[in-house]
Design a protein around this ligand. Structure first.
Ligand code: CP
Length: 309
């Protein structure tokens, strides 16, 4: 039996290198597969998505992924139009969705929400972003992007820049990278440094250096992973104003980078990467978003098919 069959995907910490490599190999197969064969993977199956926070890429890529494997999607992306508005609990909403679908994707502002959903739901649950905690399918697509665009993950020097305190993609990415032999450079304003309690364990596995100054590392990085300052998670608007616009990647920064370095971003971006950069060979963030459709299709295909594909 394929080890992902009917499994919840709640935290990257539940996966190790062999599992990542299996998902990457399945993603390669999804991309190369005959479309008719691919559509058999999800035939007759329904994805139920529940998004209690805004999303463009994750909702759309999950729906596109389900369509790619021949399944359908139903969901709620504006909870104000659901019975949540009338006071229905998260638990009952999850119970309903697990009656109507074969697999669930949940985004919620609370840490622990997906773990809770997995306890309630009779169908497998994929964490599509839980509070400031994790976004595991983003990490899978991030690693896949690095592997495809740099031809390897081991041996790279990876800089993660921006809001390292509230950005959940940062935590999932670091937990995932802890399975590889990489050098990490963290660059953030002092007030948005990584939450050391959250990465206490992986600090022992990863070589990490921190700075507030991107200039310190820019010319040695193979991958520059830029993140948005998460305005919505600041308890105080004044604190956000102090750090907004801290880092801006423009053509001037590209001049200082290694020639074959790549720039990634989970998106959405606000102003941390100038639009001039979009057409440079270093810009891989839209490709990264595209890979997200294929990695999610692979994951859905593995979870829904007992014998894999
Ligand atoms: N990267 C990401 O999660 O984007 P969305 O918030 O648009 O889904």
């Amino acid at each position: 039996m394929n080890e992902f069959y009917q499994k919840d995907i709640i935290s990257v910490k539940d996966l190790e290198k062999p599992q990542f490599e299996k998902i990457f190999a399945a993603t390669d197969r999804i991309i190369q597969m005959d479309p008719n064969e691919r559509r058999e993977l999800g035939r007759g199956k329904t994805l139920g998505y529940l998004f209690f926070e805004p999303s463009t890429r994750t909702t759309l890529s999950f729906q596109a992924a389900m369509a790619l494997i021949g399944g359908t999607s139903i969901g709620i992306s504006d909870v104000s139009l659901s019975s949540t508005k009338k006071g229905e609990s998260l638990a009952d909403t999850l119970r309903m969705m697990s009656i109507y679908s074969d697999i669930l994707a949940l985004r919620h502002s609370l840490d622990g929400s997906s773990r809770f959903a997995a306890e309630i739901s009779s169908k497998p649950v994929i964490n599509a972003g839980s509070g400031t905690e994790e976004h595991p399918t983003q990490a899978i697509q991030d690693l896949y992007t690095i592997k495809k665009e740099k031809s390897k993950i081991d041996g790279l020097k990876i800089g993660i820049i921006g809001d390292l305190k509230y950005g959940r993609t940062v935590y999932s990415l670091l937990y995932a990278l802890a399975n590889y032999d990489v050098d990490i450079r963290l660059v953030s304003p002092e007030s948005l440094k990584i939450r050391s309690d959250s990465i206490y364990e992986i600090q022992k596995k990863l070589s990490l250096k921190e700075s507030t100054n991107l200039e310190e590392y820019i010319d040695e990085l193979d991958v520059i992973y830029v993140t948005r300052i998460q305005k919505e998670r600041f308890p105080d608007e004044e604190e956000y104003q102090k750090v907004r616009g801290s880092y801006k990647i423009g053509l001037d920064v590209i001049q200082k980078m290694k020639e074959n370095a790549i720039i990634m971003h989970p998106l959405p971006r606000i102003d941390e990467i100038s639009t001039d950069v979009d057409n440079t060979p270093q810009a891989k963030y839209f490709k990264q978003a595209e890979y997200g459709k294929f990695t999610r299709a692979a994951l859905l295909g593995l979870i829904l098919n007992e014998n894999g594909f």
